[in-house]
Design a protein around this ligand. Structure first.
Ligand code: DUC
Ligand code: ZN
Ligand code: ZN
Ligand code: ZN
Length: 482
């Protein structure tokens, strides 16, 4: 087995930072050592096959993106990243594990949906992957199937209070699923937006001729996120289900989560980079149809109302626990343009799987979060929240050698590769999209080296991995519950 020594760096975990060397034996971390304790050429180190010099760099546990949608069928098309392209892009950006959402569609059996997702992912991933289960048809058969999810390594399921007619669950269905969640310990994940009310507003806006992407954000008003979040929290309170609210964007929804947490309830919230940086006015409100790039649900919120600053603050205070991407990319040409003249037909989603660590590192640079908190919200908490901790999310003996060497003096220029006139920009991303929602972002910090279970996958600005390197990881129940 190959042994690797990462030497000279600062090891950063959720609980602190120290100068240390990391010894890797095969796929796992063998030891975290005082700096220089394995002298090269000396007895012990003579067994080391490879030395990585991390002088001046941070050595952190690989990122865990707990919310992605590779190849998700949506709005008559499908998310443009396959498991192959999407996990490769994730690796470029410092992520070593994704948790994707297997889909049970309406009329389908839960385990058929799960099997189909295994088929899409198996043999195609650059990094390790796990699944949550979307329950898109909550009937008696589905409820029974949920008893078998944990044995499959799937310890969480997602319901939708939005999208009537597609994935939607009503309150009666949610109540039953949450009873099952309380009984089994499976985490209930909730897309908390009042879908029926949104659909009324969508119809009214379109009837008034308001068809631009901007009105996607108007229809999906913050009141409907706050209301659904509150309703989900109360149903969880009644049943005792652990509840994780996905893609929180409204500050009022954060307040609902914070209140529930103050009351001692097992309620958690994630946000995404787009809600921290982008806005209703500047992005969804871009001229013409350009705003379609930023159509996602929940929607981008008004900067004038202060949602973005409040979300950053909530990450700092742990009112929100982690940041995932909700990576769900669609090209403008042939996909987003299905909604020309009708914003409700624009496939919902933004691609960010490659940029999460870099974008969040800007929070460290600007003093919004600490270095340790950066590691916590991008790796350690996702691992604990979804039953991967110990193996993933930490640098300690016995853990998988999923490690990023991050260069704080490096630089990342985010972009698609050509500008709107087709001219090369010198930037390039690795996601399978014809644009970037993050075009022009200049990041202090850079992923220099990424190891996935001991294998160097990214180094010297090259991809050294192969499709099929990534394995399915079975998860246990959440390790984050109070
Ligand atoms: N939101 C998105 O933006 N895309 C996929 C599904 C979702 O809930
Ligand atoms: Zn959702
Ligand atoms: Zn999602
Ligand atoms: Zn570099």
């Amino acid at each position: 087995m190959t042994t690797t020594l990462i030497t000279g760096g600062t090891v950063v975990t959720a609980t602190g930072r120290s100068r240390a060397d990391v010894l890797i034996d095969g796929e796992t971390i063998a030891a975290v050592l005082a700096p220089g304790s394995l002298l090269l050429g000396a007895d012990l180190a003579s067994g080391v096959d490879r030395v990585i010099d991390a002088t001046g760099k941070y050595v952190i546990p690989g990122g865990i993106d707990a919310h992605t949608h590779m190849q998700l069928p949506f709005g008559g098309t499908a998310a443009s990243d396959t498991f192959e392209t999407g996990t490769r892009a994730a690796a470029w950006g410092g992520t070593t594990t994704i948790i994707d959402f297997a889909v049970q569609s309406y009329g389908q059996r839960v385990f058929d949906g799960l099997a189909a997702w295994h088929e899409k992912a198996a043999g195609n991933c650059a990094i390790d992957y796990a699944f949550h289960q979307i329950i898109g048809d909550l009937n008696a058969d589905s409820l029974q199937a949920m008893d078998g999810l944990l044995a499959e390594g799937v310890s969480s399921f997602k319901l939708f209070m939005a999208y009537p007619g597609v994935f939607y669950s009503d309150d009666a269905q949610i109540l039953k699923a949450m009873q099952k969640s309380a009984e089994t310990g499976l985490m209930t994940m909730m897309h908390a937006e009042n879908g029926p009310a949104i659909d009324v507003l969508v119809g009214q806006l379109l009837a008034e001729g308001k068809t631009d992407p901007y009105y996607h954000g108007v229809a999906r008003a913050w009141q409907l996120e706050e209301e659904a979040t509150h309703r989900a929290i109360m149903l969880a309170n009644l049943t005792g289900a652990p509840l994780y609210v996905v893609h929180v964007s409204a500050k009022q929804a954060v307040a609902q989560i914070a209140t529930a947490r103050d009351n001692g309830q097992n309620v958690f919230g994630e946000t995404c980079p787009q809600y921290l940086y982008l806005s209703l006015e500047e992005n969804l409100g871009a001229p013409g149809f350009e705003g379609a790039k930023w159509v996602c649900s929940t929607p981008l919120r008004s900067r004038a109302e202060g949602h973005q600053d409040h979300l950053w603050q909530s990450l700092r205070t742990n009112d929100l626990q982690l940041v995932s991407t909700d990576h769900c990319p669609f090209c403008m040409k042939g996909q987003k343009d299905l909604g020309l003249g009708d914003f409700s037909k624009i496939p919902n989603g933004i691609g960010s799987v490659e940029h999460r660590l870099d974008l969040l590192y800007q929070g460290v640079v600007t003093g919004r979060i600490s270095l340790e908190r950066w590691v916590e919200i991008t790796s350690t908490t996702p691992a604990r929240m979804f039953g991967l901790y110990g193996k993933k999310g930490v640098i300690q003996p016995g853990a998988d050698a999923d490690i990023v060497v991050y260069d704080p003096t490096g630089h990342t220029s985010i972009g698609y590769g050509t500008d709107e006139f087709g001219e090369p920009t010198g930037r390039s991303h690795h996601m399978n999209m014809d644009h970037s929602a993050w075009e022009g972002y200049e990041i202090d910090g850079h992923v220099d080296i990424l190891l996935s279970r001991g294998k160097v996958v990214i180094a010297e600005n090259s991809y050294l991995g192969a499709k099929g390197d990534g394995r399915f990881v079975k998860r246990s129940l959440s390790q984050y519950l109070i």
